[in-house]
Design a protein around this ligand. Structure first.
Ligand code: HEM
Length: 220
């Protein structure tokens, strides 16, 4: 294998790995934390406050930067490159598998927009129509409620619709990603193991979607 080929191989492997760890793991943790809103607004506020106790001071931005932002930006940039340059294997796979494959690229590109708007709004306080703090800043002083901020956003039908699309895209992208990850890393090799893992991943997609959707609806 030439040096260039082995660099491409390593980059693809790293892209694949970052999709599962840390990004996929973070997505599940994120939905799980949001799910506390189903319990009560106080439970969600308390969960957000607990995060600041677990990661005091500069710990939280450092963890966010190295464990979420950098891997996500890497995965997204390479993902965009792959989406627009690599060919679909139309002739190699069944119609359904090709459709799954294409949808993963479409959901990936959509997620770039979704995550950018979501982070700008919730983490950095933009589009709180310019006059509010971010969820995190509120969590730090605990004067205002993080629940109230998310409630204000999600109560607008257009924002809620955008979030539901984001939840669908993320659930699908991660679950299908787990299926293809298992193939790329040689975990599922035979046709039979791949069709079993397809059903496992469909179940995972449904569970993640229900978790994310019920959390979103709990805010309105
Ligand atoms: C919620 C955030 C995301 C998660 C949890 C995630 C997760 C994953 C996983 C697990 C894989 C499978 C890796 C493999 O097949 O071995 C994957 C693949 C992929 N992701 Fe993401 N991803 C996310 C965001 C993005 C974004 C923003 C893009 C930008 C376009 C993107 C583009 C792609 C592409 C194109 C693939 C397929 C790569 C290939 O064909 O080998 N992903 N992702």
């Amino acid at each position: 294998m030439s040096a260039k080929m082995s660099n491409i191989f390593l980059l693809r492997r790293l892209h694949s790995l970052t999709g599962v760890i840390p990004i996929g793991a973070f997505l599940i943790e994120h939905f799980y934390i949001n799910f506390s809103a189903v319990d009560s607004p106080e439970a969600f506020n308390q969960t957000v406050a607990n995060l600041r106790v677990i990661f005091p001071g500069l710990m939280l931005p450092i963890v966010e930067l190295f464990f979420i932002a950098i891997p996500l930006v890497f995965h997204a940039f390479l993902g965009i490159y792959i989406s627009f340059t690599m060919k679909n294997n139309i002739s190699h796979y069944s119609y359904l598998r090709n459709w799954f494959y294409l949808s993963q690229r479409i959901t990936g590109v959509f997620l770039v927009f979704y995550i950018a708007l979501h982070v700008a709004s919730m983490r950095f306080g933009f589009w709180g129509l310019g006059n509010r703090l971010s969820v995190n800043e509120h969590a730090m002083d605990l004067v205002d409620s993080p629940f109230a901020i998310v409630h204000a956003d999600l109560s607008q039908p257009i924002v809620l619709a955008f979030y539901i699309l984001g939840i669908i895209a993320a659930s699908y992208h991660l679950a299908y990603g787990l299926w293809s990850f298992a193939i790329h890393w040689g975990i599922t090799i035979s046709e039979k193991s791949q069709s079993i893992s397809l059903w496992v991943c469909i179940t995972i997609a449904i569970i993640i979607f229900i978790l994310g959707l019920s959390a979103a609806l709990a805010f309105i």
